[in-house]
Ligand binder design. Structure first.
Ligand SMILES: [Zn+2]
Length: 242
């Protein structure tokens, strides 16, 4: 997990013009930094700088790396999903397939009908988002529990208690007491990738480490785990809600 200590850091929204392109960035100053660093994360360009770094030094570094910044910023903009408006016709990803959001009068709870996801037409935007998220989390818990049960029984282990997590930086975790947490957003992704995460966490019930014996256990459950893990890392963002 990423743990940023509060107190020693501050953020400011800034922008610089490079080769005629206006590039917005977040400037993050920290008492712990000694050098200026540029990085592109899921929110765009970030500049990490020591507390006392001058704006001139930051601009100079951005200009020096202008080609990299413009290319990476462009990649990020293309990959970035368009903000969701929560109206009929929008696509909601469930286990790698798109459902079309449809509004419907008088239904109490969101429900799936074939490749449509029906929600109450009377809901305002925020309530509609909450209803869809609640529905997705219900789907997630049911599906993940089933997959973890399947894998734990293949290993001859008791079924673990499965809970949902909301972590930004990890897909799953496993506690020695036999509890597994899986990120509810996995429910958007193809089943093969969900299965990889379930198998990985279930394998930790036997091996609480990432030793060769652990990976052998994962491979017994999901033989092509390497490919699935690589695909998950590379392409998960394409399935996630903004
Ligand atoms: Zn692990």
């Amino acid at each position: 997990m990423r743990t940023d200590r509060p107190g020693g850091t501050s953020h400011i929204e800034q922008a610089i013009e490079l080769a005629g392109c206006r590039i917005p960035y977040r400037l993050r100053r920290s008492s712990r930094r000694r050098t200026i660093a540029l990085l592109i994360d899921d929110r765009g360009l970030q500049v990490a700088a020591p507390l006392r770094a001058s704006q001139g030094a930051i601009d100079a570094l951005l200009r020096e790396h202008a080609t990299w910044v413009i290319r990476k910023f462009g990649d990020w903009q293309r990959k970035r999903p368009t903000p969701r408006r929560w109206i009929a016709g929008e696509q909601i990803m469930l286990r790698g397939s798109a459902l079309t959001l449809e509004t419907c009068a008088g239904i109490a709870q969101a429900r799936q009908d074939g490749d449509r996801l029906l929600v109450n037409a009377a809901l305002a935007t925020a309530a509609m988002e909450a209803a869809v998220q609640r529905w997705l989390k219900d789907q997630a818990l049911a599906h993940f529990t089933l997959r973890c049960q399947t894998y734990s029984s293949q290993l001859g282990l008791p079924a673990p208690a499965v809970r949902l997590s909301n972590a930004r930086t990890r897909w799953g975790s496993c506690h020695a007491a036999g509890r597994i947490r899986m990120n509810w957003r996995l429910i958007h992704l193809p089943e093969a990738w969900i299965d990889y995460v379930a198998a990985h966490e279930v394998a930790h019930l036997r091996q609480m480490n990432h030793s060769p014996a652990f990976w052998q256990t994962v491979a017994a459950l999901v033989p092509d785990h390497r490919e699935r893990r690589a695909a998950l890392r590379r392409d998960a963002h394409r399935y996630l809600l903004p």
